[in-house]
Design a protein around this ligand. Structure first.
Ligand SMILES: Cc1cc2nc3c(=O)[nH]c(=O)nc-3n(C[C@H](O)[C@H](O)[C@H](O)COP(=O)(O)OP(=O)(O)OC[C@H]3O[C@@H](n4cnc5c(N)ncnc54)[C@H](O)[C@@H]3O)c2cc1C
Length: 448
């Protein structure tokens, strides 16, 4: 039984750091935000709760990047392109990938990507600390004054002029009082997935067989291999000569803002991957010798809080290929909302949306600066999978190249806002667009 008693907690903490821009969370959005702020002249500090940079793409073992471009234009240009090219040149993409700047869809060798991110921040002289969790936020009248961190040295405070929330779950914004939404009207969210890494896959045999893994699911259901009959199988991705990155199985009902829920999902996820091992070994060619090398050290989370901002991007904007005066970038990935339940009906609905809500080459939607401004907060910006959007746009913009676009924008905006005492609504959007163009952003609708 959960104890609901409350305790007043008060103590003196060291103010360990002061900086102009504090970035919380070191996933794709956080890395891009920190780099863009630093390159725009700000004194930046980044805190990351886990043991490396990269978020879901490293700690979560997500096996590949979705498209960086729309088939014609490189949408995640600037910092996104830099990560893409560095990963490629460091040999961290998959053996089947091609360096095609129109699409830029790459497999991920997580250990290489971790070092790519380390190097990017170190070369740019951005200080950061790992294993440092944001745990509380102090604000008055929408002005955040201090954040509290918990780390190996204990608890301490950091003070900044501007705060950037790249926690993926919107922790900083929500704890500062910004409104947020979670899931659909009933609170159903996309399931998570504990991703995995497998050795000794015979990819030649896999390719030669031409078999599709999900064709064999009905037989496996019949054979009683799975504890949950889940029709949606993203599958195995070739991330190395004989390596596979597994995006297999769903943790239904996981809530990333609740550690008990996360604990259950992680424990169950480690069992679920074994069911998929049995499935691949028994039904598919080329996987007979496969060995589990690792599971993610973070639960793979597709959706949690969506922070409500001055503008809420929605399905209408997706369908209309929206253009905004205060556009900070564009993106194009289809609406990909994994069903909250494993029923056939939910899967059919997912397939319909995923097939229908997608673009032709060269098409994309704009992202306005206002969707990165948490309502009611004066010196806070948000980027990554928790930006202000409905579930449809979140289902598109949540993938990593989209997170570079919003991350880069908030980093540049935070630096510009320093001339206005950290007031993120005081900056000129034309100046922001100019700065973003200097950083290499793709901004065809920039004014001036
Ligand atoms: C199973 C799965 C498959 C996916 N497949 C793809 C794919 O194929 N291609 C693709 O491009 N995208 C894919 N995605 C989506 C993508 O990986 C994420 O949406 C993206 O990484 C989000 O980036 P982010 O920076 O917003 O958050 P994250 O990547 O989650 O990074 C957030 C970081 O903040 C840290 N953090 C969180 N809270 C705190 C705190 N309180 N204090 C300090 N640090 C904190 C976390 O440790 C983490 O490192 C997938 C996601 C999942 C879960």
């Amino acid at each position: 039984m959960m104890n609901t008693q409350k305790l007043q907690f008060s103590r003196q903490l060291p103010i360990k750091r002061r900086c102009e821009v504090l970035v919380a969370g070191g996933g794709p959005a956080g890395v891009a935000a920190a780099l863009a702020a630093k390159r725009s002249g700000a004194d930046v500090y980044l805190i990351e709760g886990a043991s490396c940079l990269g978020g879901m793409g490293t700690l979560g073992l997500v096996p590949c990047f979705m498209q960086f471009g729309d088939g014609v234009n490189f949408l995640a240009d600037g910092i996104g392109r830099e990560v893409h090219d560095r990963l490629w040149h460091a040999g961290g993409a998959g053996p089947d990938d091609r360096l095609d700047e129109r699409y830029g869809h790459l497999a991920i060798q997580a250990e290489v990507l971790k070092v790519v991110y380390d190097d990017l921040l170190i070369e740019a002289d951005v200080p950061f600390s790992l294993m440092t969790q944001l745990v509380a936020v102090e604000q008055q009248a929408g002005q955040v004054s201090t954040v509290i961190c918990a780390a190996k040295s204990g608890m301490y405070a950091i003070q900044a002029d501007v705060y950037i929330d790249c926690t993926g779950d919107g922790d900083l914004s929500a704890w500062a009082g910004a409104p947020f939404e979670k899931g659909d009207e009933q609170g159903n969210m996309m399931p998570g997935t504990l991703c995995s890494l497998w050795a000794d896959v015979d990819w030649q045999a896999v390719r030669k067989s031409g078999e599709l893994d999900d064709d064999f699911l009905p037989a496996a259901f019949e054979a009683g291999i799975f504890s949950v009959q889940d029709r949606h199988l993203p599958g195995m991705f070739r991330v190395g000569e004989h390596l596979a990155g597994g995006n297999v199985g769903h943790a239904f009902g996981v809530d990333a803002t609740d550690e008990d829920s996360l604990t259950r999902a992680l424990v169950q996820g480690r069992k679920t991957v074994r069911e998929y091992e049995a499935f691949y070994k028994r039904f598919l060619t080329g996987y007979g010798q496969m060995q589990l090398a690792a599971t993610g050290s973070l639960m793979g989370i597709r959706e949690s809080r969506r922070i409500m901002g001055d503008y809420v991007l929605d399905l209408y904007d997706f369908k209309n290929r929206a253009v905004f005066d205060d556009e900070i970038g564009r993106y194009c990935y289809p609406v990909d909302i994994h069903a909250a339940q494993p029923s056939d009906e939910s899967f059919a609905n997912f397939m319909r949306e995923f097939t229908e809500l997608r673009y032709q080459p060269g098409e994309s939607y704009g992202i306005p600066y206002r969707s990165l401004l948490p309502r009611g907060l004066r010196n806070v910006l948000v980027a990554g999978r928790c930006v202000s959007s409905d579930r449809y746009i979140q289902g598109s913009l949540r993938v990593m190249p989209g997170c570079y676009v919003t991350g880069q924008a908030v980093g540049a905006a935070a630096a510009l806002s320093l001339a206005h005492a950290g007031e993120v609504r005081a900056i000129s959007t034309a100046a922001l667009q100019s700065r973003l163009l200097e950083l290499g952003a793709y901004l065809p609708n920039a004014r001036g």
